[in-house]
Each structure stands twice: as structure tokens, then as C-alpha cells.
Design a binder for this molecule. Sequence first.
Ligand SMILES: [Zn+2]
Ligand SMILES: [Zn+2]
Length: 389
Amino acid sequence: MKKYIVLLLFLLSFSLSIHAASINVRILTTKVIKSFIFSPIIGTYDVYGDGVLLANSEVPGIFQMTIDNDSIILKTFEKTIGKYVTLKMISKQTDGTFKIKSVAPEGKVRTYEDNLSVSLVADKKQFMLVNKVEIEKYIGGVVESESGTRASLEYYKLQSILCRTYLLAHITRHTPEGFQVCDDVHCQAYLSRTTDADVKKGVAETKGLVVVDNDLNLITAAFHSNCGGQTVASQDVWSMSTSYLKSVKDTFCIHKTHAKWKRNIPLEDWRAYLQLKHKYPVDDSLKLNDATSFSQPNGRSIYFIDNELKIPLKTIRADFQLKSTYFSIDQQGESIYFTGRGYGHGVGLCQEGAMHMAEMKKSYKEILNFYYQNVHLVDLSALSYFMQE
Ligand SMILES: [Zn+2]
Ligand SMILES: [Zn+2]
């Protein structure tokens, strides 16, 4: 019993953070930005420079921020406002929305909700932009960035639950760097806010729901684009065995966009790779035959042919940047052909399979339980209510 009280308190701390509602997301993480434009789209923003209120910006106010000798120059079209170490753009409404466009280097317009804080990274050579945004709005942006806008509402409910679970399990990942999560696939892709009605509905209708395992721990909510017909157990990719990420046969994705792929490389490159990286005896013609004809007829394998060498397929996938480890190899003339199935690491939810299941009117709970075993949905809002009683 004591264990469950501790776990309930642990989850409660997440539930409070979900209702206290905001998260600090570093945006444009992978871009080295030296100058950008900020402009509100909805509402009024107060602009603070080093803690002092400088201006408020109504639509269509435009501010440009540029790095200059270890500090940030803030300008409008008309004038230079000043030089600062940090700037904050704080929305005065709950629906505040702004756009950002990188000027140096040239970048696309991206839109976000709520607040923005602007500083420089430690070496002062690029901006650190942090979007302080309500968690549920962030989840909407992630769901759209990770799965597009063409799926059905039922699918978006499930994807929202998984993205929320993933966030809460990784919520302190970047704390030492001054934010909580980044907007790159390292955490979860977050390219913009969402404006899609079904994505928003999927997030709203599952508000506070997360997935836990039998021990009430938040699960590693792994997902990938297409499994090619069979998902992969977590220990075969990450050497981490879990009770809920097992391999399942999946026929729902096998006719979808990313179900099949092909790639070819010169035979010489393949020989050199095996010999140099894996010390494979390619001069032995029988051995070379083995290495130029390979298939996985009875489902996914973990290793490439030679039982002694045991080259993990995931190593070959990484070295040749293949879409998946679920491939066969054959030689035609002076080329090696990879014929593959699926796209991604293959662990957990197969997005294209799950989208198809949702189109077939399966409920998000049925889809969840198909791809993850022995898991449970927990409503953090209910938990919070229960704890306050
Ligand atoms: Zn990250
Ligand atoms: Zn699949």
C-alpha cells in the first residue's frame, strides 16, 4: 500500500504540473540564429528588457532582435530601442499567439502560443529562444508535428495521450540547460502551434490522460512511422527490456505509404564495409555469398547472417541510413539491393497501422492495447481531484 501512496504522490506532482499548466520548450533548437523577427498575431504582448517593461506590442507590431557583441539589440521598424541580456514577450491574454521568422539565417515563419523568452547561449554566438506554453497547447503542436493533419480524431486522441506521457516522463531532460524540453526529435518535434480542429479536439478530449505500466510508472511511449508488418521489442533496439514494448505482428500498416522501400549501393562499398568495419572475410567466396544474400522470411531478425559475427541490423541501418532494419539483401551484377519494409525503429506504436485501425473504427483504447501490452490509462485530473478530497 505504501508503495502505491508514493506512486500516487509522484503522479500527483505531474498532475499539478499539468494544471499549473506551462512548460519551457526551447524552440528552433537546431538552428544557429543570429537575428530574427517577433510579431504578435493574436492579442497584446508586453515586452520586457532585463526585467523592465519597454513597450507593448499589438498586432501587427514587429520587433527585430539581433546579436551584437554579447548582447541583444532590440529594434522596431522606426527605431532602435536598446541593448539587453534577456528579453521577454509576455502575452496579456490567454490566447496570445505570435510568429517568429529567422532573418539570419533566412528561415520560415513559425507560429507559437503564449510567451517567449530570449537570451543567448553560453558562447553568446546564437539565440536561445524558449517558448513558455501551456502544456495542452504544446501537446497539440507536437501531435501535429509528429503525425500531420490527415489522420482521424480517434487517432489524434491516442497520439495526444502518448505525446503527453512522453513529455511527463522526460520533463526534466534539459533542466540543467535552462529549459525543460527541446523542439527537436531528441525530445519530441514541435514545429509550430496546431490550428487543426481534429488535433485540438483529440488533445482536449483526452486532457490529463497518460499511460502507466503495471507498477504505475509512466511508460516509454515510443512510436514510429511504419513497422513493416511486425513491431520490435524494446530490448532489441535499446537493450532495455520492458513489460509493455513487445514485438507484435501488424497487418494494419502493410499497404500504407512507408510500408516498403528500396535502396542500392555498389557491391564494392558493401565488401569494403564488411571487411573494414566488421573484419568479415570477404575474400572467402562462400562467406561473401552469405553476405550478399540475406532475408528475414519468418519475421524480424536482430542480427545480420553470421552467427559468430553477430552484426546487429540496427548498426547496418545506422551506417547506411536505411529506413528500417527489416530488409533483405541481394546482389544484382555489381550492386547490392536492399529491399525493406517499414520506416523507423519499429518499437511501440506503428503510426500508419494505428491510423488505419482508427479509420476502421477501432477505439483509441483498443489501438493502445494492441501496440502496448499490460498498460493502463490514468487521468491525472481525476487523481488531482482525489488527492484534494
Ligand atoms: Zn531534447
Ligand atoms: Zn505497423
